[in-house]
Design a protein around this ligand. Structure first.
Ligand code: SF4
Length: 381
């Protein structure tokens, strides 16, 4: 089986967007109708291309209805809730869009395991049973030993523990999995190699290929939940969507036991970072991207964070979202407010978890706080 680098290179999805913009502009309304008339839920490259083309703009309502049906058929009327727990905002990278980058001055904090547990207790008291540990690339402090000690104490409180941290080796992921961490989320940021180099000018993250291969190390290590995404606003969103879909399709084929999810982080205002981005994604474009991916990947999780506004989240909760964060704090220590530290970005939906849960119920869906139990995986814990 080809690796993902070869697949992207062959399709020229890791380079200049020009060829694909031309192809997208060449899609006609008949192509979109054909894409919508095919049974929804199965991935075909040409189908996705039609659904994200300019010609699909007039079919948004039809796409929304189909996406809703596919989501209900596959996931029922349920939305799982999770909360992020930031454990460190130290970082050795220089991502030009991020307020935590090593060159910016900000209040930096590292939570000891005891401090992280205090934060986690607040999250658990709000009802959450799924937690996402988030950190800048801080390998000096956020070590495998730190994470395994933390996971060891979290697993009695949470049924699902995922991480969104820096890329590690397969053997390190094996240790995390053995300690109770069962999911890893990774954003390639942009699949365009030239843009990737421009935005990641120094630090380990400047290695595009090592990052791209991350899930080829997490999945063999046992991880069950694989999160994927591109940071929307860096490259052309349509070409990023095509590359993201190829990445997901390849992972689903190779690691069919894992659940693959898409996340949709859009650039948000951040501390001391580039104020101008030329490819910012509008609400309508974001919705089209989400609906198109849902119509091509019936089994994929669709995750929407509190970066987005309450009204957009409410609407998308009725259509295709399967997982949402709520009441998020994006700074270490932010839940207990015991320490002063810089948040990574400003969230938009500032409602409490209880308010988000009430919205989900009022939209006719059930809130799922827990959908996994350690008893299902006696080999792990
Ligand atoms: S995006 Fe992540 S790796 Fe890059 S500077 Fe921010 S925290 Fe560090």
């Amino acid at each position: 089986m080809s690796d993902i680098k070869t697949i992207l290179a062959k399709k020229q999805l890791d380079g200049a967007a020009g060829k694909w913009i031309e192809r997208l502009d060449g899609v006609g309304e008949d192509d979109v109708r054909a894409a919508l008339n095919a049974p929804p839920g199965r991935y075909r490259f040409e189908r996705l291309l039609a659904l994200i083309s300019p010609a699909a703009q007039n079919f948004l309502e039809q796409m929304a209805q189909q996406a809703r049906q596919v989501t209900i058929q596959r996931f029922g009327r349920t939305i799982q809730l999770y909360a992020p727990l930031y454990v460190s905002n130290y970082c050795i990278n220089s991502c030009r869009y991020c307020g935590y980058n090593v060159q910016t001055s900000c209040d930096r904090t590292r939570l000891s395991v005891d401090e992280a547990i205090a934060e986690a207790d607040i999250i658990a008291a709000q009802g959450f049973r799924h937690i996402l540990l988030v950190s800048g690339e801080d390998p000096e402090f956020i070590t495998v030993d730190y994470l395994t000690r933390l996971a060891g104490r979290l697993k009695s409180k949470f049924s699902g523990i995922s991480v969104e941290i820096y890329p590690m080796s397969r053997s390190d992921y094996e240790k995390l999995f053995a300690a109770g961490i069962d999911g890893v989320t990774f954003y390639q940021e942009t699949y365009n190699r030239r843009l990737y180099s421009e935005y990641h000018i120094a630090g380990p993250k400047s290695d595009y290929d090592y990052r791209l291969d991350t899930h080829d190390r997490t999945a063999p290590a046992g991880m069950r939940r694989l999160g994927l995404g591109a940071l929307l606003g860096l490259g052309d969103w349509r070409v990023e969507t095509l590359a993201l879909a190829e990445h997901a399709a390849w992972l689903m084929k190779k690691y069919w036991r894992c659940q693959v999810s898409f996340s949709f982080p859009r650039l948000r205002p951040a501390n001391h970072v580039l104020p101008h981005f030329e490819q910012l994604v509008t609400d309508t474009e974001l919705v089209r991207m989400m609906l198109a991916l849902r119509l091509c990947f019936a089994d994929a999780g669709i995750v929407l964070s509190t970066r987005e506004s309450a009204s957009l989240r409410d609407n998308l909760a009725r259509l295709c979202v399967t997982r949402m964060s709520a009441g998020s704090k994006t700074s270490p220590g932010g839940y207990g407010r015991r320490v002063q530290s810089q948040e990574q970005f400003e969230i938009d939906d500032k409602r409490s978890p209880a308010e988000v849960a009430a919205m989900i119920r009022s939209s006719g869906c059930e809130c799922v706080w827990k959908d996994w139990d350690a008893a299902f995986a006696p080999d792990q814990r």
